[in-house]
Each structure stands twice: as C-alpha cells, then as structure tokens.
Design a protein. Structure first.
Length: 277
C-alpha cells in the first residue's frame, strides 16, 4: 500500500510517499536535482520487502515540492541545514518520532546534517555516494565536473538527451541504455527544475561537516561505488573515517547512479546493519 501527503516546514511544502505501513521506519533523501521518483518504485518495493516502512519525498526546489528562489532564479535562499529541517518535517508528517535515514549524494549530505543537528530523531544514518564537503576528498573528474555544471535544456527531448549523455560519464559498469532512457523519462515527466537544481547546488557551497561529524554518536553506514567519477570513492572513505565507529562498504562496479542490479545489495546492507544495532 502506498500513502502520500504533504509536509509543511514553515512556508515550504514537501510532497512525500510511504511504501508499506509496517516495519522499521526508513526515510530516503534524494540527490541533487532528483525528485523522489529517482528512488524508483522497484527499489522501494525491494527495500519494503526487507522489513522497512520506507518513505521518499521531494526535496525543496524539485518535483512537487515548493520552489525557493533567492534574489534571482538560480540564487539559493537556504542551506543544507534548512534542507535537513525539511526532512524533519516529513518525519513529523509521517508520525515518526525516530527513524533510520538513508541519503544518496546530496541526500547523504543532508542525512549527515540530520545526524549533526537532530541525532535524537535518528536510529541510524546511511550515507551513499556522498562526502563531508571537505576539499580534496570526493573530487569529480574534470569531465564529470564539466557535465555537472552544464545547464540542461528545458524541453523534454533536450533534457532527456542531455541526461543520457552525462549519465554515461558517471554510470555503473552495468550501464543499461534502456533503463537509463526509462528513468530519464520518468524523472522529467514527474517534475524536474534546472533553476531549482542550481539553487540546491549553491546551497551545498561551503558546507563542510568534518568537525561536527567527528562528534556524532550514532550507528552510521557509509557506502560508495568503486567507479564513481562524480564523487570519488575517497569521499565515502573519508566520511567513514571522520565519523566514530562508522562502517564503510564499497560496492564494486557501482558508479554515481542507482542501477537495479544493485538494489538488493544496497537494501541487504542496510537491513544487515540495522539488525546489528
């Protein structure tokens, strides 16, 4: 059963969906420019089957959530800490006093901020394909950085073609053109926003969490793909080194994507980790 709703964080509204009413509560947080459907229905089903009541939501500035422009269309009016309070608002809307949190890429950074700001609300934190923001770790290749900083076209065909080309740069070794096209179409049709993506990126600027993460006292799982060219694997390794007691798992062959071949592995790693807490 899927339940949906909207959470409110002041004037910001956040669209969310819940898969499975029973099980350990697990909140998924998305990456840069990705609406909640980036955690595809099949992935949600796999995670729910592991015994989780799993929720996904649209970060501010993407999908069906509020847009938050600053002084001009691509200026950020918020920070990573503000995005973390959005996640708390979703927890509240779901009726979750505490939950496990899983974030990929930018979502991992938001999950880290939650562990810093509201550890009492977290049972555990999983950071996937992310970094602490510290310079010198998780650096993208020059090609990946150029692709990241290139604004995609606004029209459907142009946006999809741009995504398919850039995804090749950081794809897993299991790259599948048919799946990539299907996911690109799903993302665009659900709701993307190049201006919102630019604002999300600028919100990340200057956010370095090393010192605060060194004081985190929570069960933390850090995972990273071995062939990630957008956030290099040492970004994940460094994250695990900074956080006391964190567990690091490298996923062989995985890039900066969420290909179906890795769904069960990722869900199993989280389930096993949670069961050991």
């Amino acid at each position: 059963m899927i339940r949906s709703g909207r959470a409110a964080n002041g004037s910001v509204e956040l669209a969310w969906e819940l898969w499975n009413e029973e099980g350990d509560p697990l909140l998924l947080i998305n990456g840069l420019g990705s609406p909640m459907v980036a955690y595809q229905a099949g992935f949600m089903d796999v995670v729910a089957a592991k015994g989780f009541s799993v929720a996904r939501f649209d970060n501010r500035d993407i999908g069906q959530s509020s847009r938050c422009p600053g002084e001009h269309p691509t200026a950020a009016s918020y920070t990573v800490a503000d995005q973390a309070t959005d996640a708390v608002a979703v927890m509240d809307a779901l009726g979750w006093e505490t939950c496990h949190v899983f974030g990929q890429s930018m979502g991992g950074m938001i999950a880290q901020q939650l562990a810093i700001d509201v550890p009492e609300r977290l049972r555990s934190m999983t950071s996937l394909m992310s970094s602490t923001g510290k310079g010198g770790y998780g650096k993208p290749t020059a090609e990946a950085m150029t692709a990241l900083m290139t604004r995609p076209p606004d029209d459907r065909d142009g946006w999809i073609a741009h995504r398919l080309e850039t995804e090749k740069i950081w794809a897993s070794t299991t790259a599948d053109p048919a799946w990539s096209l299907q996911k690109a179409e799903e993302l665009y049709d659900y709701g993307i926003d190049p201006d919102g993506t630019a604002r999300q990126y600028k919100a990340l600027a200057g956010s370095v969490r090393d010192d605060a993460l060194a004081a985190v006292d929570l069960p933390v799982l850090v995972m990273h793909g071995s062939v990630d060219t957008l956030i290099a694997p040492d970004g994940g390794q460094h994250t695990a080194e900074v956080i006391p007691g964190a567990r690091f798992v490298e996923i062989e062959g995985m890039g900066h994507d969420l290909h179906p071949v890795y769904w069960d592995r990722l869900a199993t790693e989280v389930r096993s980790f949670v069961d050991q807490i």
